[in-house]
Design a protein around this ligand. Structure first.
Ligand SMILES: [Zn+2]
Length: 199
């Protein structure tokens, strides 16, 4: 009898090691930059804060994966200080942080999607891999592929997780601006990010 119990105990132990808990999802935090009084880059009616907020919400809506949980740092038009953002991110303890921005340049011909990672982040390699995948996936004939660059940015440096800052395109470039502000363009970008996060 004692041996039987021991044997059953062993089986339970083996089973509990061979199965992943059902609720163990990859948690991805999407940080829509700026908000509230902080419009970010603006050209005419188009503003960075609105573009990234809209795309963030689409990412959350489109994610149907049972392996991925999307958490939005903001889903409305509110201002959040950088240190408050970092505090929230580190409390959520995500598997990846994606901070969404839109670029601006004095040169109206400068265009395309680029990403930044920080060498001082402890998860630099994972950040770099994710940054490259995201830029590869999002770029297309509408949005030129730019580089992944190293940047010592507060949110990237202080987040205790792999962290990527995505600059989705240039609001100062007519073609990028039209793509970034259109429903179709935003759906396409969000859909591609969701696809990329599944892997
Ligand atoms: Zn920005």
């Amino acid at each position: 009898m004692k041996n039987k119990i021991k044997f059953l105990g062993m089986i339970v132990l083996i089973l509990s090691f061979s199965f992943k808990p059902i609720n163990e999802k990859r948690r991805i935090v999407i940080d829509a930059a700026h908000g509230g009084k902080d419009y970010g880059a603006t050209i005419g009616d188009a503003s960075e804060k609105k573009i990234v907020e809209s795309i963030s919400m689409k990412i959350k809506e489109m994610n149907k994966s049972s392996d991925v949980e999307i958490v939005l740092l903001r889903d409305d038009d509110k201002f959040i200080e950088l240190n408050e953002r970092v505090e929230k991110i580190n409390t959520l303890n995500p598997d990846l942080l994606i901070s969404l921005h839109v670029n601006i340049s004095k040169d109206i011909n400068t265009n395309g999607v680029q990403a930044s990672v920080c060498k001082e982040n402890n998860f630099y390699n994972a950040s770099l891999i994710n940054a490259n995948s995201l830029v590869n996936v999002i770029s297309n004939e509408s949005l030129v592929k730019r580089k992944v660059i190293d940047a010592n940015l507060f949110v990237l440096k202080n987040s205790k997780c792999p962290a990527v800052l995505l600059e989705l395109g240039f609001i100062s470039n007519e073609k990028d601006k039209n793509y970034l502000t259109s429903e179709a363009g935003q759906n396409e970008i969000a859909g591609k990010i969701v696809e990329c996060l599944k892997n």
